[in-house]
Design a protein around this ligand. Structure first.
Ligand SMILES: Cc1ncc(COP(=O)(O)O)c(C=O)c1O
Length: 312
């Protein structure tokens, strides 16, 4: 499904809505692909125990698929993941471990990965899906997300994709290279993420950004990157909420990235952007006034809530 946004830049932006599947986010695709690949390799049996590091959405998707197929699942996450996602994982029978110690890049990824490595040593039967290094994460999007886009829009001039593990990005790039080389793919990242070599800075919104370049990321293959500060993400989310569309945090970032590119995009261009999830899972964060004041300061909070008409 695509939403046609006519109020962001000159040409309409066709936003690919990925949240209308049972897991509520784009991460159902890599979850199914990674587990199915293990089954095809005959590495799973009823009761097998899977583990993954996730900021939430992949955790929810893996918990759902594991419940359906009879596997046990542990999600290692951090305080940036939404409480709603953690509860969903537990509702599907998964276990959630929240690490609280920041890593050397002021993120949590390294801490999450270190804990998983320790747990794998302690329990050799545990199977780590490792979305940051798993080629099936990329394949999932090369085989589904990208073909879905080009089936709906045979010509795409600009494709904006948020970068977390970069599975969606690398999968779309792989498809575009083979089938639509004229399409300009723009990676959208959060300020403070080190995926593309930028300086590390504290981030608060889950989904996009990492505190180290994932193994599946091939930097030479990424033509364009736009970096968005988290305050712009929040503005964009609130702007659309006031227009009746409640987007997830990373969608706000992607749309802010499109906005930053607006001047370069011709009025007759076909523009597609990928929306990984919707906003219900962010009611305690991006859409919570106290959380906004705590994380971005009282004056930002006041601009956002007291004088929104000046900005939204
Ligand atoms: C909300 C949201 N947006 C974007 C992404 C990024 O997708 P990818 O990991 O394919 O880069 C994720 C990944 O977890 C996500 O949860």
């Amino acid at each position: 499904m695509f939403l046609r946004l006519t109020d962001l830049i000159d040409p309409p932006v066709h936003l690919k809505i990925e949240s209308y599947n049972p897991a509520g986010s784009i991460k159902l695709k890599p979850a199914v692909r990674m587990i199915t690949a293990l089954e095809d390799e005959r590495r799973l049996a009823p009761g097998s125990e899977l583990i993954e590091s996730s900021s939430g959405n992949l955790g929810v998707a893996l918990a759902m698929v594991s419940a359906q197929r009879g596997y046990r699942f542990t999600c290692v996450t951090d305080p940036m993941s939404s409480p709603a996602n953690r509860k969903l994982i537990e509702a599907y029978g998964g276990r959630v471990i929240v690490v609280t110690e920041r890593d050397e890049n002021d993120g949590f990824l390294q801490t999450r990965l270190r804990l998983i490595r320790d747990m794998l040593v302690a329990n050799p039967k545990l199977i780590w899906l490792n979305q940051y290094a798993n080629p099936n994460n990329v394949r999932a999007h090369a085989e589904t997300t990208a073909p879905e886009i080009f089936t709906s829009f045979p010509r795409v001039d600009w494709l904006f994709v948020g970068a977390g593990t970069t599975g969606t990005l690398m999968g779309c790039l792989r498809y575009v290279r083979a089938h639509a080389p004229a399409t300009r793919v723009v990676a959208v990242d959060t300020e403070g993420s080190t995926t593309f070599g930028g300086p590390a800075k504290r981030r608060h919104i889950p989904g996009l950004g990492t505190s180290r370049t994932p193994e599946i990321t091939i930097l030479d293959e990424i033509p364009e990157v736009v970096v968005v500060p988290e305050t712009e993400t929040v503005w964009m989310c609130h702007r659309y909420a006031r227009r009746g569309l409640l987007f997830g945090g990373s969608t706000g970032t992607v749309l802010a990235g499109v906005d930053r590119y607006g001047a370069e995009i011709a009025a007759d261009a076909v523009v597609v952007a990928v929306s990984a999830d919707l906003g219900e899972r962010y009611l305690d964060t991006v859409y919570d006034p106290d959380w906004i004041a705590d994380h971005f300061g009282q004056s930002f909070h006041d601009q956002l809530y007291r004088h929104p008409e000046d900005h939204l």
